[in-house]
Design a protein around this ligand. Structure first.
Ligand code: MLT
Length: 410
């Protein structure tokens, strides 16, 4: 009799964004005349930057010709892309990251989900609450948690992000081994300053822990003194793995390209206490389980770093930031406290009621989809996340309708 992986049975019924999509399509079916504006899942709506489209097309043509056709590429990514990333994202800001410490992949979701595989199952894992559900669910699947009780899994150290701490969790009092951090944060939109990030780096160094730093939204940081990468902090190379993505920066949610940085000096330990290179382990995993991102997609990603590409991606990011500012301003105007939306595409709104009730109210009365905060964890209860990823006209219309709906419900 074949047995299943029963860790999966501990998972909550469905993945948050699938559950929302299901509810929205049921509502749409029951109300076919209603116009729905989606500010739920952070999915971009603006087309790819022209520089990326040009590079993409050119690479497709190359693939159709005898002399330039390519088969399997390197699993870790083509050197042309890894070199551009190292130079533009790291060396230009004085961070010492080499191209061979960069692993190209088809998404930060997959990488942040898969990375836990290279660590033991009996480690202590700490993660924020609220949190991007992928970090938590993949640890549940791997058997690092006990039962789900009272909104939380046994065995996880939850790092509470609340209004009181400005949505930046405190350093845990107990020693932990693996720490997930995400800044600018999904879902709260909070950012972390250099000195607080240094406290985390120091903690990890003292405790021989590793920080998994999700920087998928770094392009939305406008303020100069907010770190864009954990490697801006001295000593981080030895204890941190960083995840980045072209999805939100350059509109690649449907095109798929991201990367993970695993510095060669970053170590974890064998059961005998001997240090072992995480770069070597991730390299082994990546080359075994992944065959690389397609050549045209990597050429399109490379174009993000051309002069035109830089200008075009900046204007894309600025476009969504304008939406974020509008959402934030309107919610504040009608008396709802917000975090995020300033160096982030997400606005975390205190809904002053149950998260799903607020979600239903916005859907039913305003025809607007948001994400209920409770889907990101217990500390998300009472909040909703509004995403700035949509066209400006839609965001304006959505905010008019939200204003009417909320003012009518008070
Ligand atoms: C989100 O809405 O949180 C993101 O779109 C999820 C993702 O990037 O996978």
């Amino acid at each position: 009799m074949i047995k299943i992986n029963e860790n999966y049975l501990r998972l909550q019924a469905s993945y948050l964004f699938s559950e929302i999509a299901k509810r929205v399509s049921a509502f749409q079916e029951a109300n076919p005349e209603r116009d729905i504006i989606k500010l739920g899942i952070g999915d971009v709506t603006r087309p790819l930057p022209p520089a990326c489209v040009e590079a993409f097309k050119k690479a497709v043509v190359e693939m159709g010709e005898d002399r330039s056709f390519r088969g399997y590429g390197p699993e870790q990514g083509y050197p042309f892309l890894r070199e551009k990333i190292a130079a533009n994202d790291y060396h230009s800001r004085n961070m010492d990251i080499s191209p061979d410490e960069i692993f190209i992949s088809d998404g930060a979701k997959c990488d942040t989900g898969n990375i836990q595989e290279i660590f033991a199952t009996d480690i202590r894992v700490a993660m924020p609450d609220p949190v991007y559900p992928v970090y938590l669910d993949t640890n549940v699947m791997a058997g690092r948690t006990g039962e789900f009780q009272g909104g939380r899994y046994e065995g996880i150290v939850y790092l509470e992000s609340t209004k009181e701490n400005g949505f930046i969790p405190d350093i845990p009092r107990e020693p932990v081994d693996l720490i997930y951090l995400c800044f600018p944060n999904n879902p709260t939109g909070a950012t972390i300053g250099g000195s607080m990030l240094k406290d985390w780096v120091d903690y990890a160094r003292e405790n021989k822990a590793v920080i998994l730093y999700d920087a998928a939204y770094e392009a939305f940081i406008g303020e100069e003194d907010i770190p864009r990468s954990i490697y801006e902090i001295e000593g981080a190379r030895d204890i941190a793995i960083e995840f980045r993505s072209f999805s939100k920066t350059a509109g690649f949610t449907g095109t798929r390209c991201a990367f993970t940085v695993v510095p060669k000096s970053c170590k974890a330990y064998t059961s005998k206490g001997e240090p072992y290179s995480l770069h070597a382990l991730w390299h082994r995993r990546h080359t075994t389980k992944f065959n690389g991102v397609s050549y045209p997609v990597q050429r399109a990603a490379e174009a993000v770093y051309s002069e035109e590409g830089k200008e075009q991606t900046k204007s894309l990011v600025d476009y969504y930031l304008e939406n974020a500012a509008l959402i934030r301003e309107r919610m504040l105007e009608i008396g709802y406290e917000c975090a995020g939306g300033e160096n982030s595409p997400y606005i975390w709104v205190d809904g002053k009621r149950d998260s799903w009730a607020f979600f239903d109210l916005l859907l039913e009365r305003a025809g607007v989809v948001c994400t209920p905060g409770t889907g990101f964890g217990k500390c998300g209860e009472g909040f909703v996340r509004i995403s700035a990823f949509n066209d400006y006209d839609n965001v304006e219309r959505a905010m008019r309708r939200i204003k009417e709906a909320l003012e009518g419900s008070q």
